[in-house]
Design a protein around this ligand. Structure first.
Ligand SMILES: Nc1ncnc2c1ncn2[C@@H]1O[C@H](COP(=O)(O)OP(=O)(O)O)[C@@H](O)[C@H]1O
Ligand SMILES: [Mg+2]
Length: 380
């Protein structure tokens, strides 16, 4: 063997060894990468949920569709979690493994009707006593809280308006909001129940937060009976959810001061099914009945709704009222509108008495057809 070749050989072997090492390293890295990638495919997905409550740093209550669970918290998250945080939990053990952010408070303003109402007291016919009471109990405390402080009385936090449909409950709520220069936040009980399954109580909480932000504010809860109905038994999970929403509403009502600049107005056609808890002292403890108008009231309402109509000379509103006998404000509005349509159909530019009489017949017939208990009760 020649020494030159010997040297060369050793070098070559060195080179080979290096190349092999290098290749080995690359292969190892590739295998590692592939293993990591493979692990991703094998891993069970995490569940996304939120923290309901924390009692100890190492344990949490979380909410899943199937219910609430008391679970462990991964070591690195201990002491770092708060209620409402959005988190990932392991599917098997339900251990909280990662925080993915503060739970975004869902934007309630998208789900409520919020406006500065334009309805003035002039637009409400009849109901003098009710209007006076609402002014005293809602408007005055909002506009002149100092008066109440001086005299040393606490006005109610809210009122309940009850009575047949279409009698002006919503109208009153809007008018009082306008006159108190308050933001008007309207929610409808039945929608709350349908739209926010599982989130009703959170929604109620956010509504009150929104009101505090926009204060002075009036929260108007229409159809309040759908969240505040007496329950004989709370059986299904849906009923439990409504119950929770109701509890949250009571908690919010109890939690704010009577002289603050937030007032609550509840409205219902069904006082009979309402849970008395809602009208206990310190809650909506002033119940105001909004009745069907008497003749004088009806006349006022007819005047309001015909104000911009072109009436023929033969139209006598007193006479029309006598023909109507019993109707809600909403019926009266419908009658006026129908009378207008009769004129249009007859290609007339004035509304004659006969159109009103036709309209009364039509509206009464329709009211009978879709008659509810309430309408029967009032003998229409
Ligand atoms: N007292 C009233 N005066 C004038 N219009 C009324 C009155 N009551 C009802 N209306 C008319 O009927 C419509 C519906 O009334 P609303 O206030 O929504 O009734 P409720 O909330 O009691 O069911 C109102 O927008 C208004 O046009
Ligand atoms: Mg209404």
């Amino acid at each position: 063997m020649n020494s030159n070749t010997d040297v060369l050989d050793i070098d070559e072997i060195h080179m080979d060894a290096q190349t092999i090492d290098e290749e080995n390293r690359i292969l190892k890295a590739t295998v590692e990468d592939l293993q990591k990638e493979l692990a991703k495919y094998q891993r069970m997905p995490y569940l996304v949920t939120h923290i309901v409550d924390i009692h100890k740093p190492e344990e949490a209550i979380i909410q899943l569709n199937s219910g609430k669970f008391y679970v462990s918290v991964a070591k690195h998250l201990e002491g770092d979690l708060k209620p409402d945080d959005e988190v990932l939990v392991d599917q098997k053990s339900l251990t909280v493994v990662r925080k993915i952010g503060k739970s975004k408070h869902f934007d309630v303003s998208r789900f409520v009707i919020m406006e500065k109402p334009k309805i003035s007291w002039n637009a409400v016919g009849g109901l003098e006593d009710q209007i006076r009471e609402v002014k005293e109990v809602i408007e005055l405390p909002l506009t002149h809280p100092e008066l109440f402080k001086k005299i040393g009385i606490e006005p109610p936090k809210g009122i309940l308006l009850y009575g047949p449909p279409g009698t002006g409950k919503t109208l009153i709520a809007k008018a009082v909001a306008k006159n108190s220069n308050a933001a008007f936040i309207e929610i409808v009980g039945s929608e709350l129940v349908q739209k926010f399954i599982g989130e009703g109580s959170k929604f109620v909480k956010s509504i009150f937060e929104l009101a505090r932000e926009k204060a002075p504010a009036i929260i108007f809860i229409d159809e309040i009976d759908s969240i505040a109905a007496k329950r004989i038994e709370v059986g299904t999970s849906g009923e439990r959810e409504v119950q929770r929403t109701f509890m949250q509403l009571l908690a919010e009502l109890d939690g704010f001061k009577p002289l603050g600049n937030i007032k609550i107005i509840g409205a219902t056609n069904r006082l009979d099914i309402l849970d008395p808890a809602i009208i206990r002292p310190g809650r909506l403890d002033r119940a105001i009945e909004v009745t069907l108008p008497d003749e004088k009231g009806m006349l006022e309402i007819f005047k309001i709704h015909t104000k911009n109509m072109k009436l023929a000379d033969d139209v006598c509103l007193e006479e029309i009222v006598k023909n109507v006998k019993k109707a809600s404000g909403a019926d009266i509005r419908a009658i006026c509108m129908e009378a207008g349509y009769f004129a249009i159909r007859s290609k007339k530019t004035e509304i004659k008495m006969e159109y009103f009489l036709e309209a009364i017949k039509k509206v009464k017939k329709e009211a009978k057809e879709k008659s509810t208990d309430y309408l029967n009760l009032y003998g229409r």
